[in-house]
Design a protein around this ligand. Structure first.
Ligand SMILES: NC(=O)c1ccc[n+]([C@@H]2O[C@H](COP(=O)([O-])OP(=O)(O)OC[C@H]3O[C@@H](n4cnc5c(N)ncnc54)[C@H](OP(=O)(O)O)[C@@H]3O)[C@@H](O)[C@H]2O)c1
Length: 277
C-alpha cells in the first residue's frame, strides 16, 4: 500500500494515475481524502499511514516554510513506527531549508529516495503564474534568470519508478527540463502557441513584493514567493541535469511540448463574460 500525499495536486495526481494504471494499491493523503490527512493537524496522520508500506511525501505549502522541519520530523518518526519501509520525498532544487528536511528522511532508518525538482512548467497553468498569463501581462522580477523548468509528467514518472523499484533507494535525483528559459522567453513561447499578445514586464523584487501585498495575499504566502525568487532563481540552480534521462531512459520533456499541449487544453484561454445578450 502506497500513501500519496498531495495525491490530487500537481505531481500527486499524476502519480496516482500512474499507480492506478499499473494496478498498484495506493491511498491519497489530503484534506479532502478519506481518511483525511492534514499537515496542520497531526491527529489525522495515524489513520492515513495505517497499513502503509511506502509514502510519497509532498509537503504543503513548501519545505522551506517555518515549522516544516518539525512536521517532517514528527511525520517520518510516526510513519516508521507505524511500519512504513520506504519514503520518496519531493524537494525543491536549491532550497537550503528543504535540504534540512531531506536529511530527516535520509536518517529516518528506512529506505528513501529524494527527488529535488526545479521550478515546474505547470506553475504557468496550475499555480500562481496562471493569472498573469490569462491577463496577458506577466510582471515578474529576475527576468534574466535562466530557469531549467521541469515538467510534472517527468517528476511523476521518476517518482513512480522510485516508489516501485528498489534500485533507486538511497539516491538523490535533481530533476530539470532539457533547457533553460527566462520568464521573457516563457512568455514569448506561450504567447506564440495561444496566438495572443502576452507582454513580459521586468520589475524589481521590491515592486513585486508590493504588488503581492496589493492583492491582499497572506503574509506567509508573500514571504514564500519572495523566498523562492531570491533563493532558487540563482545561477547555481540554473544547471540542466540529466537525471530524468538517467532514471527513465528517455529525454526530459521540453517546455514547448508542454506549452503546445496546454494551449490545446484551453486552460490559457481568457474567460470572456457574456453581458446581457
Ligand atoms: N511548484 C514548483 O515549481 C515546485 C518546485 C520544486 C518543489 N516543489 C514542491 O512541491 C510541493 C507541492 O507539490 P505539488 O505541487 O505536487 O502539490 P500542490 O499541487 O501544491 O498541492 C496540492 C495537494 O496538496 C493537498 N494539500 C493542500 N494543503 C494540504 C494540507 N494542509 N495537508 C494535506 N494536504 C494538503 C491538496 O489536497 P486537499 O486540498 O484535499 O488537501 C492537493 O492534493 C511543495 O512542497 C513544493 O515545495 C514545487
Amino acid at each position: 500500500m502506497i500513501l500519496v500525499l498531495g495525491g490530487t495536486g500537481k505531481t500527486g495526481r499524476k502519480i496516482a494515475e500512474r499507480l492506478n494504471k499499473r494496478g498498484q494499491a495506493f491511498r491519497i493523503g489530503s484534506r479532502s481524502a478519506t481518511p483525511s490527512f492534514d499537515w496542520e493537524d497531526s491527529d489525522t496522520w495515524a489513520d492515513a499511514i495505517d497499513g502503509v508500506d511506502t509514502v510519497y511525501i509532498t509537503f504543503q505549502p513548501d519545505l522551506a516554510v517555518p515549522g516544516a522541519k518539525e512536521k517532517i520530523e514528527k511525520f517520518t518518526s510516526q510513519a516508521v513506527k507505524s511500519g512504513v519501509k520506504k519514503m520518496v520525498l519531493l524537494s525543491g532544487k536549491g532550497e537550503t531549508e528543504a535540504e534540512r528536511c531531506e536529511k530527516i528522511v535520509m536518517h529516518s532508518g528506512v529506505d528513501w529516495t529524494i527527488v529535488r525538482a526545479s521550478w515546474f512548467n505547470q506553475n504557468f497553468s496550475e499555480s500562481f503564474l496562471l493569472d498573469p498569463i490569462l491577463a496577458g501581462h506577466v510582471a515578474l522580477p529576475k527576468g534574466d534568470a535562466p530557469i531549467p523548468f521541469v515538467d510534472t509528467d517527468d517528476i511523476a514518472d521518476v517518482v513512480v519508478e522510485a516508489l516501485l523499484d528498489d534500485k533507486h533507494v538511497g539516491q538523490t535525483y535533481e530533476l530539470t527540463g532539457p533547457r533553460q528559459l527566462t520568464f521573457e522567453q516563457v512568455t514569448q513561447e506561450i504567447s506564440h502557441v495561444v496566438d495572443r499578445e502576452i507582454v513580459y514586464q521586468p520589475i524589481t523584487m521590491d515592486t513585486y513584493e508590493e504588488m503581492l501585498r496589493q492583492f491582499h495575499l497572506p503574509e506567509d504566502y508573500v514571504w514564500l514567493i519572495m523566498y523562492l525568487f531570491e533563493e532558487v532563481l540563482v545561477e547555481k540552480n540554473a544547471v540542466v541535469t540529466q537525471d530524468v534521462e538517467k532514471v527513465l531512459g528517455r529525454k526530459a520533456r521540453d517546455f514547448s511540448e508542454y506549452a503546445k499541449e496546454t494551449a490545446e487544453s484551453g486552460i490559457w484561454n481568457p474567460v470572456i463574460s457574456e453581458v446581457g445578450v
